[in-house]
Design a protein around this ligand. Structure first.
Ligand code: AMP
Length: 351
């Protein structure tokens, strides 16, 4: 067990790191952020910030020497950077990050365990895409294998001819058939160093333009009927990776059962509601897991919970939203409210 007062290193400096650092502080730990950017919203609420690039081996080693345990809040941390941390204790493991960083690896991994996915094929050349359109057909979605998030790096192909002459840009891609779903939901779990697993209630998630807009708990009937099967798969994946920490799994609820879409080896936007809506939040249980503390109770703390992201200009409504005592408003301290940028969120509890 890591005793309180010790330092937790967090790779990545965004809002997830910010909320992890706040949870670490609640349990008496110090947080040290490693992030290249000067204006890290995680560093703002932490005791230390190493501002250095991901390829700076000396800075990584010095950071590691200062931390009792290290975690990450961003799944695109280069694997080489993790190797630069030497023998430091890192949770979740490098392997979990390797699997989740690449949409193809992730889908292969889940499919090998018997999970259901959208039909998919790796795309490296125009010929591969032609073959995928023959085998899988349209409509479908062409996605970069790496570094896509919030709908970035994705192109919808409604008809086969839309793929004609498409510039692949030399990046490894994946083509997925479009899944017809009743709704989307996520399974979020925490797994301790002893292998104990806890789940939060599954949220039903609505995305707009590929970005999460709302998460609602309890989920509707279409999702609720599929949570058990989705949890079984999520647990299998976590066990196979000997995972330590919080992981999120996104699913489509379909007539054929739950279809796995993607996993995040970290705390997740669709779990922000747990800060006020559950007895123990995803952030606190992640800190507990990586520090070797017992996991906290994940039971719902309200009858209904609704989390709404404040994206771009929508954050201007924060003061008005804060006037309603049922709302819990979070702003991440980001400067510029660019369109599509997650500025904060509001969680509304119905007791
Ligand atoms: P992703 O980045 O893969 O999570 O995709 C973002 C969102 O796009 C998902 O939450 C879905 O709403 C939608 N989407 C992605 N892939 C598919 C698919 N194969 N079929 C249907 N919708 C999809």
């Amino acid at each position: 067990m890591i005793p309180p007062g010790e330092t937790i290193g967090i790779l990545g400096g965004g809002q997830l790191g910010r909320m992890l650092a706040q949870a670490a502080g609640k349990l008496g730990y110090q947080a040290h952020i490693y992030a290249p950017e000067a204006d890290s919203v995680a560093a703002e609420v932490s005791q230390a910030h190493t501002r250095a690039n991901w390829d700076d081996a000396r800075a990584l080693a010095a950071f590691a020497a200062h931390c009792a345990v290290i975690t990450y809040e961003w799944e695109n941390v280069p694997i080489a950077a993790l190797k630069g941390l030497g023998a430091a204790r890192l949770f979740p493991s490098v392997r979990a990050l390797e699997v989740a960083q690449d949409r193809l690896n992730e889908k292969d991994f889940v499919a090998q365990l018997g999970g259901r996915t959208a039909p998919y094929m790796a795309i490296d050349t125009a010929e591969d895409l032609e073959a995928a359109l023959v085998r899988i057909g349209s409509p479908g979605i062409l996605k970069t294998r790496r570094e896509g998030y919030d709908g970035k790096g994705q192109w919808r192909i409604n008809y086969d001819h839309e793929a004609d002459g498409i510039a692949l840009g030399g990046q490894p891609m994946i083509y997925e058939g479009l899944v017809r779903f009743a709704c989307e939901f996520s399974v979020i779990l925490a797994r301790g160093q002893d292998g104990a697993v806890v789940f939060w209630d599954s949220a039903e998630n609505v995305h707009q333009h590929g970005i999460l807009a709302t998460s609602r708990v309890p989920a509707g009937a279409a999702a609720l009927g599929q949570v058990e099967g989705a949890r079984a798969l999520a647990r299998q994946v976590a066990d196979a990776l000997d995972y330590v920490g919080v992981a999120a799994f996104e699913f489509f609820a379909t007539d054929a059962g739950p279809v796995f879409n993607e996993m995040a080896p970290r705390v997740h936007n669709s779990g922000h509601w747990t800060i006020e809506g559950a007895k123990t939040s995803q952030f606190e249980n992640h800190i507990r897991a990586i520090c070797g503390l017992p996991l906290g109770d994940t039971v719902l703390a309200a009858r209904e919970v609704m989390m709404t992201n404040l994206i771009g200009d929508a954050a201007q409504a924060a003061p008005a939203l804060a006037a309603d005592p049922a709302n819990h408003v979070h702003l991440y301290g980001k400067g510029e409210a660019r369109p599509g940028r997650k500025m904060g969120h509001v969680t509304r509890l119905t007791r």
